[in-house]
Ligand binder design. Structure first.
Ligand SMILES: NC(=O)c1ccc[n+]([C@@H]2O[C@H](COP(=O)([O-])OP(=O)(O)OC[C@H]3O[C@@H](n4cnc5c(N)ncnc54)[C@H](O)[C@@H]3O)[C@@H](O)[C@H]2O)c1
Length: 436
């Protein structure tokens, strides 16, 4: 089916190669010999994502790295994080103290609420560290640009935590698309239909009222719901389409969780410069376990990734041509011993880091407080492991990774434009950056 690749009528950009070339990092390795010693990392943030993914992955699966220091402003989270690190890591309440006491750190991983990504990343970049920040890169265009500029002038790597770019199935989708498996891409139908945010998220204390509120419910700390989630899918769509958005519009609101500043559902429409159009549905109150879809419709057929959210179904790329039989191209869940270990690793606490073969599931919350169970978690941990490997490679080679600052800023731009459209009722052009 894909033996006869044809030249696409539209340009297809593969990842961050263009952005990487523009950043001119080659040879800028800070003076240490490639692969000669372990890289020293400091991690900022020891909440759910850090203890669930970054810390156990770095400790158990990435031998090129040692976690020298960890910082978190919440003492119990810091202690829990230090236990996941396993002994030698030094803890700090303030990331600036961590940076000043460890001038030998090579890199900093930023895993804190969104409103602090830019500030902490800039502190680290200005101290000469490479940075892997969780998504979103920032909560404003100006901050994201400042981060990219600082990484460029300092010759440092800036990676954004888009692990869905490192899902093997998404990489295969991109490859098949480029090879013409469905002809020219014309339309994308996508959704993130999930349960609610984690109710145990860190609580922000309003300096005026003294009231403590889940950081994901507030604009000042989350930025926007579409920045916190949905941004993964919007990033993958942008990468697959391979062109800049031309127009973005959206409708959205709070139908279920009405006391919040951040919305619980949205419908986003995007038109890209190559005339591909996309609809993207977002909801926080959907009781189905497999609510992430990216369906690609081309001039010759349809294609999507199957089975990555549900371990009972084999993972495959489904290609359904308009004429002829459907084809399923199998995608292995892991291909190396390290990826297999990432697959079986589970739990947010150190006791639960299970090396026996325990299948794991994602849970999220329904409006009635009950759990919704999906099984994408293991796949995403494998992808997060690959993302960390990409960061190590980027540091060693001096070349920006696939999920670089530009990818982070573009995806953030789409999320902010959609949110702005919901607030103002306007259709935004890609050049309309006022208020973003
Ligand atoms: N890539 C993914 O799939 C994924 C998944 C979940 C979360 N995330 C991202 O990870 C980040 C953290 O999310 P989470 O779920 O771990 O949140 P969380 O609420 O569980 O943890 C946040 C932690 O940050 C700490 N913190 C707050 N301000 C700090 C500061 N100034 N310095 C140091 N520590 C500080 C808090 O004490 C808390 O321990 C967010 O940006 C989120 O978007 C990414």
């Amino acid at each position: 089916m894909v033996q006869d690749p044809k030249i696409q009528r539209r340009q297809f950009l593969v990842g961050g190669a263009v952005a990487a070339a523009g950043l001119g990092l080659s040879g800028s390795l800070g003076g240490y010999p490639a692969a000669a010693r372990k890289l020293k990392y400091g991690v900022v943030g020891a909440g759910f994502r850090s203890r669930d993914a970054h810390l156990p992955i770095l400790r158990h699966l990435v031998p090129e790295v040692e976690i020298v220091a960890l910082s978190d402003i919440t003492p119990e989270n810091l202690q829990a994080g230090l236990r996941v690190c396993g002994g030698k890591t030094v803890g700090y309440a303030d990331h600036r103290e961590m940076l000043s006491e460890h001038p030998d750190l090579d890199a900093v991983i930023v895993v804190v609420p969104n409103y602090k990504h830019a500030e902490i990343s800039l502190d680290a970049l200005n101290a000469g560290k490479h940075v892997l920040t969780e998504k979103p890169i920032a909560t404003s265009m100006a901050d994201a640009q400042r981060m990219i500029d600082t990484a460029t002038t300092r010759g440092r790597i800036l990676e954004v935590g888009f692990e869905m770019r490192y899902l093997a199935g998404n990489a295969r989708l991109a490859e098949l698309l480029r090879q013409g498996a469905i002809g020219d891409l014309e339309y994308v139908h996508a959704a993130l239909l999930r349960g609610d945010w984690n109710p145990r998220s860190w609580k922000y204390t309003d300096p005026v009222t003294g009231k403590r509120t889940n950081w994901r419910y507030l604009r000042v700390t989350e930025g926007a719901a579409l920045l916190e989630d949905g941004i993964h899918e919007l990033d993958v769509i942008h990468w697959l389409v391979g062109a800049e958005p031309r127009k973005i519009t959206a409708l959205g609101g709070n139908n279920v969780y009405q006391h919040r500043q951040t919305l619980d559902n949205a419908a986003v429409l995007i038109e890209f410069a190559n005339e591909v159009r996309c609809d993207f549905a977002f909801s926080l109150f959907t009781p189905i376990p497999d609510g992430v879809h990216i369906r690609l419709f081309g001039s010759k057929g349809m294609m999507e990734l199957e089975g990555w959210m549900d371990v009972s179904t084999p993972q495959a790329v489904l290609i359904q041509p308009y004429h002829g039989k459907a084809e399923r191209i199998p995608i292995p869940r892991y291909t190396t011993p390290e990826e297999r270990n990432a697959w079986v690793m589970s739990g947010t606490d150190e006791e639960k880091i299970a090396w026996p073969q325990k299948e794991t599931a994602t849970t999220s919350n329904a409006p009635d407080g009950k759990k919704i169970v999906a099984s994408s978690r293991s796949q995403l941990i494998v992808a997060s492991y690959r993302m960390h490997q990409a960061f190590v490679t980027a540091i060693r080679t001096g070349k920006q990774p696939f999920s670089d600052g530009k990818a982070g800023m573009d995806a953030m731009h789409i999320s902010l434009a959609a949110t702005h459209s919901i607030r103002t009722g306007k259709v935004l052009d890609w050049e309309d950056e006022e208020g973003l």
